[in-house]
Design a protein around this ligand. Structure first.
Ligand SMILES: *Cc1c(COP(=O)(O)O)cnc(C)c1O
Length: 363
């Protein structure tokens, strides 16, 4: 079986040496030394001014929306993992779905501008497949209308744009450290923010709103990362660079092997330095994507239809508004196919996938 993603498996001895610290310190959670150390290492790696580690990426989105007091309309993309849109509803706000750019598939800046109402409070944009959003365009609209900007960077950890790390843009950037993501802590997440005051608020929100031992100043929740997750993360971190390089090499192999298959559009790749999480092709022609998906599955190659269905089509309660027609997003969700993309994919696997696509699309 070849899956789309495969978690980085850290050196077991490294992991247990970090874990031993938790045993020696007799601390498994509540801001112990391992979470502090991981926070420091990650901040250095991605050059973050403030980084707040959390239990998962969904809570990162929810807490960012809560801390920014977003309760009205949030303009967002339907071409994403369900958590992006669910977090908006859980935060008590209303997702307004707008279309994506026809090629890059990130949220379309003009569609954002066309969907602003007096109730609009925020833009929640996703660096989908690690492709970076139109930072400048989004910033401009947000400034003009006084909107908050939150980026979902679950696919763009350690990515940068013109040499600037992706988390330096907007009010807050949410990361997921789920095992399926490039860097992981089994379950985990974080918020990066240039705003130190917001970071302090988030630190309190993740811990029931505690400000000091017996002072609670806001209605928080439990969103803390445990020491066990941090121990895993510290060991995983040592392998992230190697995995990124292996995936970049695999990207070049896919590009070369699939370039002459008619009916396919290759992954355009990221701009700037990439996280390397997905390799997503588009398959033209009615039903062709689903036929290729089924064929690969029958061969034990578990390609995934990321992202299908659109999150505008999943249950989100009553709180949902369609901003602009979702023409490009709908088409993409019928055509995209994420191929296995990790260091466990061999050159032979790439050729098997190429041959399967070639024979299917020529018939
Ligand atoms: C994985 C993912 C999330 C959710 O992260 P969890 O850590 O699994 O809660 C949110 N948004 C996107 C785009 C994701 O891919």
């Amino acid at each position: 079986m070849l899956t789309v993603v495969q978690p980085i498996i850290p050196d077991f001895e490294k992991f247990t040496s970090y874990l031993r610290l938790a045993f020696v310190e007799k601390r498994f959670t509540n801001g112990g030394p391992l979470v502090s150390l991981l926070e420091l290492r990650l901040r250095e790696l991605i050059r973050a001014r403030n980084l707040v580690l959390l239990a998962n990426g969904t809570l990162a989105l929810q807490l960012a929306l809560r801390a920014l007091k977003i309760r009205g309309e949030v303009i967002t993309t339907p071409l994403t993992f369900c958590a992006t849109s669910q977090a908006v509803v859980w935060a008590g706000a209303t997702p307004v779905f707008v279309d994506v750019d026809a090629e890059r598939l990130t949220i379309d800046t003009e569609a954002i501008a066309a969907s602003i109402t007096p109730r609009t409070e925020a833009i929640l944009a996703v660096h989908v497949y690690g492709r970076l959003c139109d930072f400048e365009g989004i910033e401009k609209i947000a400034k003009k209308h006084g909107l908050a900007v939150i980026y979902d960077a679950a696919h763009a950890f350690n990515a940068s744009y013109n040499g600037v790390s992706v988390g330096s843009f907007g009010d807050a950037t949410a990361y997921s450290f789920h095992a399926t993501k490039l860097f992981h802590t089994a379950e985990g997440g974080a918020i990066e923010t240039p705003n130190s005051e917001l970071a302090e608020k988030l630190r309190s929100l993740r811990n029931f709103g505690f400000e000091s031992e017996d002072v609670i100043t806001q209605c928080g929740t439990n969103a803390k990362m445990s020491e066990l997750s941090a121990a895993l993360g510290l060991a995983v971190l040592e392998k992230v660079g190697d995995e990124q390089r292996a995936r970049s090499a695999l990207r070049r192999q896919y590009d070369a092997a699939l370039s002459d298959v008619a009916g396919l559009v290759l992954d355009p790749g990221p701009e700037g330095s990439a996280s390397e999480l997905y390799y997503v092709i588009r398959v033209h022609g009615p039903e062709n994507r689903d036929r290729l998906h089924a064929k690969l599955r029958s061969m034990g190659i578990l390609a995934r239809r990321y992202f299908y269905p659109l999150t505008s089509d999943i249950p989100l309660g009553d709180a949902k508004i369609l901003g602009t027609p979702l023409t490009h997003a709908s088409r993409a969700s019928q055509e995209v196919l994420a191929l296995p993309f990790h260091s466990g994919v061999s050159t032979a696997d790439v050729h098997i996938i190429r041959d399967a696509a070639k024979s299917l699309l020529s018939t």
